[in-house]
Design a protein around this ligand. Structure first.
Ligand code: CAA
Ligand code: NDP
Length: 283
């Protein structure tokens, strides 16, 4: 199936990145959010990233203008009426994703693929909100989307080979590397990454070392580009907590219990870089 029109739901850090790389690859993109301000923020980030590409000589001013010209604003899910694929990147919450997928199933063309960028929520359960579970798939981009090469592609129980292949081909057109996995809590990426981040938060909570020391040890000792606490701030502490809860509920194993300190920070509204404060402060 040929994909021309893409709709991205959620203009936050992931949705804006996904819209950017799709527009850069030549797809027509509608970027949807609930509020115009969220769209303005998202398109502002995209414009800044594209301007940097021009400054660095990776793109001409004309290509930047053409890329921005392929992105339009949407505040209504009904705008999915002409989409070939919808990539949902709203908040990590099953009820919200269920509502979005139920509506999309009603308004998107019959042939349209409905993909989710969920970090950890079961694709099969999201698909159950629709009458087209065979066309629902996980398309999990990594943050920051314009830089990171991986897209983890998750097959739900009913996802067809044809849908998998179409999404795999689209991922290659985005100059990213698709890697396949099955639908299990946290998939592969977050089943392995998030317990490490959670353990770093327990380590801080227990006073084993300062936040800077924990990050330095993992950065310099393990050659990680960011320490785990800095990475948690970068991902968003709310998203980290949601993912730990999915692992905890999904496996029923106490080894995945979220750190109380993580819960406390989220309750305080300290969500990391996006809210200006998490383990670190951001201006
Ligand atoms: C939670 C999930 O479900 C899954 C996830 O996504 S988990 C998170 C996965 N991501 C990671 O683990 C990221 C770990 N961190 C890194 O790889 C690096 O620190 C980083 C790429 C973010 C920044 O790299 P750095 O070398 O430390 O800094 P910096 O020199 O500023 O950036 C390198 C390049 O990335 C670009 N970049 C950095 N942040 C960016 C952003 N948010 N958006 C777009 N581009 C960005 C910079 O512009 C720079 O590009 P050029 O210099 O070539 O123009
Ligand atoms: N952060 C990360 O590193 C990664 C996150 N993900 C996943 O991507 C998704 C988005 O995360 P991220 O971009 O970080 O989150 P953000 O909080 O940055 O962005 C989410 C955006 O979606 C909007 N939104 C919420 N509900 C709806 C809705 N019903 N319809 C349309 N838009 C809506 C939010 O609006 P408002 O702010 O007004 O609520 C916000 O603008 C999550 O599922 C997350 O797990 C995947 C890979 C990496």
């Amino acid at each position: 199936m040929a994909i021309l029109n893409v709709m991205v739901i959620g203009a936050g850090q992931m949705g804006s990145g996904i819209a950017q790389v799709c527009a850069q690859a030549g797809f027509n993109v509608k970027l949807n959010d609930m509020k115009q301000e969220a769209y303005e923020r998202g398109i502002g980030t995209i414009t800044k990233n594209l301007s940097r590409n021009v400054e660095k000589g990776r793109m001409t001013e004309e290509e930047k203008t053409a890329t921005l010209g392929r992105i339009s604003s949407s505040l209504d899910l009904k705008d999915a009426h002409d989409a070939d694929i919808v990539i949902e990147a709203a908040v990590e919450n099953m009820e919200i994703k269920h509502n979005i997928f139920k509506t999309l199933d009603e308004v998107a063309p019959k042939h349209a693929i409905l993909a989710s960028n969920t970090s950890s929520l079961p694709i099969t359960e999201i698909a159950a909100a629709t009458n087209r579970p065979e066309q629902v798939i996980g398309m999990h981009f990594m943050n920051p989307v314009p830089v990171m090469k991986l897209v983890e592609i998750i097959r739900g129980l009913a996802t067809t080979d044809e849908v998998y292949k179409t999404v795999e081909e689209m991922t290659l057109k985005l100059s990213k590397t698709p890697v396949e996995c099955n639908d299990f809590p946290g998939f592969v990426s977050n089943r392995i990454l998030m317990p490490m981040i959670n353990e770093a938060i327990f380590t801080l909570q227990e006073g084993v070392a300062t936040k800077e020391a924990i990050d330095d040890i993992m950065r310099l000792g393990m050659n990680h580009p960011m320490g785990p606490l800095q990475l948690a701030d970068f991902i968003g502490l709310d998203t980290c907590l949601y993912i730990m809860e999915v692992l905890h509920d999904g496996f029923g194993d106490s080894k995945y219990r979220p750190s109380p300190l993580l819960r406390q920070y989220v309750k305080a509204g300290w969500l990391g870089k996006k809210s200006g404060r998490g383990f670190y402060e951001y201006s």
